[in-house]
Ligand binder design. Structure first.
Ligand code: PEP
Ligand code: MG
Length: 507
């Protein structure tokens, strides 16, 4: 896949002080410092849920109590944090569950920041980051993204990590090229780097000829906004935004999105929290519609399961969660909870143009059952005199091979389609989208995925319903060009920065 290009000087990340000694800062100071920093960053973060999870860890008495008990045993605060992190992650690590595995990563990240603060004279290793830097590190964590002045960063290069990680999501949302799987041992601070994120290539200290060739690629419009602008002009597709919070919607609208093509509602169902009530959901959806200021808002019903379990639902452990109770399958298995969400969505539809979108559909029957629940909810709202849009549209996310194959049947029952290329690619190719060893197979431009999309577009056109793309491929110029060529009529982009750049280039 073609991606963004960047040229800049390498800046190697060094964490903490070399000796790893406690600097004399207290635990209280470290917790206060980290809490303040996270709270400040959450406000502007494109992935607030990541940093909220970090805050929850800092506020969890288990961490503080474990650290304190180590200090009582005679350790310094920084030694105690390291020992506590090892002990708790050991405990969590023994539980064979995706949720706990993710918590271990969060815990290590948070404790790493605490240790850096407790050990380092400089609490922020990115303090002296120069302008136009290509940050080079063995691995980057979400907390690093909160510490960097992203305005100074040209690109990120790491040996470990995955482009679909939280670091990847944040980088993409700021249009910062991010390349993983690179041997960084030969790179020194100050080296000139040519970064080609699309091809996962980094050229160290290139020749003048190579630099010139690279610069001309940049000038030819190989950078994403330029290429996307050409595609939008050529095909006249609509540009929507993806959002995971009301704040994201505000940002997408400010950036010029013509609507929201995917509003992920999972953030309302925190992995370790209680279920939101109908009223709580309604209040959020209402704010979301209002933030759209007359533009359409596509609310996706909860896509829980897979890698996003929710503890209060007591979901049984599954050997293959991505092939298990996920998305609409889970929603239909708990109709009372699902109806609360549908009622909240319907009530929000009284305040603006709302479309309801169903994730992980495999059979027409799932769509029919969902529509029957919508009718039930409409009847009860009508009975209670609660307003809603009688013509609210219900659409399907096409993200399983089954849905693509029977898209002609689904199209007869749907008001719109949105192709979720992230999952469609992973399921068509039988390649886990988060597993870097099979990432070469996770290509939305693979012939098989293109054929699946072609089938879907033809089915949609035959029934006269719109068909968009809301997966990451929508933001990739090479993939977007192919998708638009296949007849897709809207692209829902994951990045407000991208929408903004397009808007500026168009005007
Ligand atoms: C997709 O699968 O392409 C998609 C947009 O959904 P998510 O990434 O939330 O699974
Ligand atoms: Mg999906």
């Amino acid at each position: 896949m073609e991606g963004t290009l960047a040229i800049g000087k390498a800046w190697i990340l060094h964490r903490g002080n070399e000796a790893g000694q406690w600097s004399g800062r207290t635990l209280d100071e470290a917790f206060g410092h980290e809490t303040g920093r996270l709270k400040a960053f959450i406000k502007d973060s494109p992935a607030p849920e990541v940093f909220s999870a970090h805050l929850e860890i800092l506020e969890d008495p288990l961490l503080l109590d474990t650290i304190q008990s180590k200090i009582d045993e005679g350790m310094t605060p920084s030694e105690a944090v390291k020992a506590a992190a090892d002990e708790i992650s050991g405990m969590f690590g023994e539980i064979d569950d995706e949720y706990f595995k993710a918590r271990v990563d969060d815990l290590k990240d948070v404790c790493g920041s605490l240790v850096q603060y407790l050990e380092g004279a400089s609490s922020n290793p990115f303090e002296n980051l120069p302008q136009d830097a290509v940050v080079v590190a063995r691995e980057l964590f979400p907390s690093d993204m909160a510490k960097m002045d992203l305005g100074k960063v040209r690109a990120l290069v790491t040996s470990k990590g995955s482009p679909t990680s939280h670091v990847g999501i944040i980088a993409r949302s700021r249009l910062i090229p991010f390349v993983t799987g690179i041997d960084i041992s030969g790179i020194r601070t100050g080296d000139i780097l040519l970064v080609d994120a699309g091809n996962s290539e980094v050229k160290v200290n290139p020749t003048d000829t190579q630099i010139e060739a690279f610069k001309s690629r940049l000038a030819e419009g190989n950078d994403i906004p330029e290429k996307m602008r050409r595609i939008i002009r050529k095909y006249g597709v609509k540009i929507f935004g993806n959002a995971g919070s009301v704040k994201d919607i505000e940002e997408a609208v400010r950036s010029g999105a013509e609507g929201i093509g995917l509003f992920r509602t999972e953030f309302l169902f925190p992995a370790d929290g209680g279920l939101p009530s109908e009223e709580e959901q309604y209040q959020v959806y209402k704010k979301a519609v209002e933030a759209c200021q007359g533009r359409p808002l596509t609310i996706r019903t909860m896509d829980i399961g897979g890698d996003k379990p929710v503890s209060c639902l007591n979901m049984p452990k599954e050997d293959n969660p991505f092939l298990g109770m996920r998305g609409i399958r889970l929603s239909l298995s708990m109709p009372d909870i699902f109806k609360e969400q549908i009622r909240a969505i319907l009530r929000a539809s009284a305040h603006g143009k709302v479309r309801m979108m169903i994730p992980m559909v495999t059979r027409v029957e799932e769509l029919k059952r969902t529509k029957a629940l919508v009718e039930e909810c409409e009847a009860s709202l009508r009975f209670s005199g609660i307003p809603f849009d009688n013509d609210m549209e219900t659409g399907v996310m096409i993200e399983t091979p089954a849905a693509a194959i029977v898209s002609d049947l689904l199209a007869k029952e749907s008001d719109f389609f949105s192709v979720g290329t992230n999952d469609l690619t992973q399921y068509v190719m039988a390649a886990d989208r988060g597993n870097s060893s099979v990432s070469y197979l996770c290509d939305p431009l693979d012939e098989s995925v293109k054929r699946a999309v072609k089938i879907v577009v033809e089915a949609a056109k035959k029934e006269g319903i719109p068909v968009g793309v809301c997966g990451e491929a929508a933001s990739d110029p090479e993939a977007a060009e192919v998708l638009c060529g296949l007849g897709i009529d809207s692209l829902s982009l994951g990045s407000p920065a991208m929408i903004n750049a397009l808007k500026q280039l168009q005007s």
